[in-house]
Design a protein around this ligand. Structure first.
Ligand SMILES: *Cc1c(COP(=O)(O)O)cnc(C)c1O
Length: 219
């Protein structure tokens, strides 16, 4: 079990890190993948209203489990941040606040069908390796246009940095930042526990943080 007090402590330390990097206004999405519903309750208790999940089934079961708790209303604003499967969109369409991992036209079309005018971020592959998701940088403009034509609200771009030392992420974060500015997109979701400083220095408006708030993920 993870307590609100523990998460609040770590959130305080995280805010200090963000602040030192110049990111006082950066939004924090608490990433609870791999942890139980208690982690979501603890996040909300610590003042983190935005929660990110990677798997549709996990998001659904945590949401259901929170709804089943008597008394207070415990739903966070859910951000979907993982590899999205087209056939899972319907199940979570009514729950998701921002779809952060839209990386191909078929996903955009299906989200538009199940959650008309939903807010999305276009995920870009800045690591140059497969497995972490994202469209190639050369496809951003086309995909943004496809999302808009489908009636979706494109708020910005999202990316996952490459594994390894945080500095390795800088060129990709910078590319993302330049692309977002060129397209007039306000939100930049980049930076995780290990590389939030580099992300903030390169203009992140939103960081997605798991281990720095909840500790190591259970296997
Ligand atoms: C797991 C995950 C995070 C959080 O990673 P940490 O290193 O635990 O902070 C952020 N974004 C995405 C897309 C993730 O899959």
């Amino acid at each position: 079990m993870i307590s609100s007090a523990e998460v609040a402590d770590r959130f305080g330390a995280l805010r200090e890190r963000l602040s030192r990097a110049g990111g006082d206004k950066v939004k924090v999405v608490a990433v609870t993948k791999g942890f139980g519903p208690d982690s979501v309750a603890a996040a909300i208790g610590a003042g983190l209203a935005d929660v990110g999940e990677n798997y549709a089934q996990e998001l659904l079961s945590k949401s259901n489990s929170l709804s089943a708790q008597p008394g207070i209303d415990l739903q966070p604003r859910w951000h979907f941040i993982g590899r999205l499967q087209r056939n899972k969109i319907r199940k979570i369409a009514s729950l998701v606040h921002i779809w952060q991992s839209v990386d191909r036209p078929e996903l955009a079309s299906e989200i538009a069908r199940r959650a008309p005018s939903a807010t999305v971020l276009v995920q870009v592959d800045i690591a140059g390796k497969d497995g972490r998701g994202g469209c190639p940088p050369s496809e951003i403009t086309r995909l943004v246009r496809h999302c808009r034509d489908a009636g979706l609200e494109v708020a910005g771009l999202m990316a996952v940095g490459p594994p390894g030392p945080p500095e390795l992420a800088r060129p990709g974060f910078r590319l993302l930042s330049t692309q977002a500015a060129d397209l007039g997109l306000p939100e930049l979701s980049m930076g995780m526990s290990a590389d939030i400083e580099v992300a903030v220095e390169e203009g992140a408006t939103m960081v997605r943080v798991g281990t720095a708030l909840f500790g190591a993920r259970p296997r």
